[in-house]
Write a protein that binds this ligand. Sequence first.
Ligand code: BG6
Length: 479
Amino acid sequence: MSFPEGFLWGASTSAYQVEGAAYEDGKKASQQDIINKDSYEKFGFATAEVASDMYHHYKEDVALMKEMGFKAYRFSIAWSRVLPDGVGEVNEKGMQFYKDLIDELVKNDIEPIITLYHYDLPWALCEKYNGWLDRQVVDDFMVFTKLIVDEFKDKIKYWTVINEQSIIVQYWTQKCYIPEEVLSDNQKRYQINHHMNLANALATIYIHENVPGAMVGAALGYSPIYPLTSNSLDVMAMQNAQALRNDYYTDVYFKGYYNKAAHIYLEQHGLAPIMEEGDLELIADPRAIHDFLALNNYASECAKWCGEDEKEIAWSGVNRSGKKGDISGFETHPGFYEMCKNPKLDTTDWDWAIDPQGMEYMLRDLYNRYNKPLMITENGLGAYDILTEDRKVHDEYRIDFLKKNIQAVERAIDKGVEVLAYCPWSYCDLLSTSNGVKKRYGFVYIDRTDDDPKQCERIRKDSFYWYQKCIQSNGKELD
Ligand code: BG6
């Protein structure tokens, strides 16, 4: 069977991680401009001010995508570029940027796959009411959604509404503005998620009702979870972790309700979101059910049993240094599960388990359970690339990672899973959400450092040429 005709080969990015021009042509700050300014001061990671400067290089970028043979490009729209104050006056110049980008893609036969929200809430809404913490954001998100859908409904078929709700819950301070006084209140993580579910449901209904033939989904950060051992308690821990970390999101998208085991756990621990009358009915509305799932998969995770007397650790730490093993603690929920390192797998320098086989397992498991088409909208290897004196980047480790993942996607397709697209992370190097620009993912090298944006010159890496051949042969030529 292998990759079908019309398979959407491409790659992904997100607005604030590539565009730059953070305060140009009427754009105002998003929460990511503020969060990344703080990360620059604390850790020396680049700000979002220039990023990969795609705002000024988009034509060259689409030409490079075309040269690689892309059939699709997944990217997000910066809410603060089109509505600088979150609501109110439209910034025509900002809107024009997306019109031009989408026209350029369509002209080059590259299918635009849109993400409406990728971590970058307008800062004005954080100042006004603390952003996603306040239910008002749901109505404001709809103002933005209607604007974008009405503008682009004739050009866009694939819509992903919110990027990585599960990751926003886990790593909320990197992905959202969270005021000091709320930091220790873990219930608020699930409150934010509930607001996102309402926004997602309303946006999905709006797209279904206004865009004939549209396919709507979520881009979910998803890692399959394995038990540390075959001991049945570890297997139960794996099931509990799967419920709270994964099914809690996918059940909403496809079944229209919160996963029961996860929700009961949250209620028992005072973490469940506060809901209003009609919320559960809205989530269950058949028009709010998704048509496909877009998966952002980088790694697999591992869980083990954890006794009632262990200490609660709300979430696993983040490796900021890029030195293997430099991760502070694993998420621990006494009597439910504890996340741990998988001793069978090697990791990246940032401690992400390298597990291409997990890709096949994830695709088959999700397709069996929900029977909906799947897309890969992120998958990739963050690494320290070296630009040689003759201005080449020999990233054979990335080629090896992507090759094994593509083979895993192919095995899943061969077992009957419907996969629509493979759009790894990322088209070009960009600003990482947790580690600056020195952690690179792209097929195209961006010549800049965390301290110095230079000219952001584009340089084709070895993986660029390799992916070009892969696409030309519809996934057959991988060596
Ligand atoms: C996903 C996000 O979580 O992972 C991207 O959707 C992000 O925005 C990617 O860049 C890789 O994570 P990081 O922290 O290495 O940038």
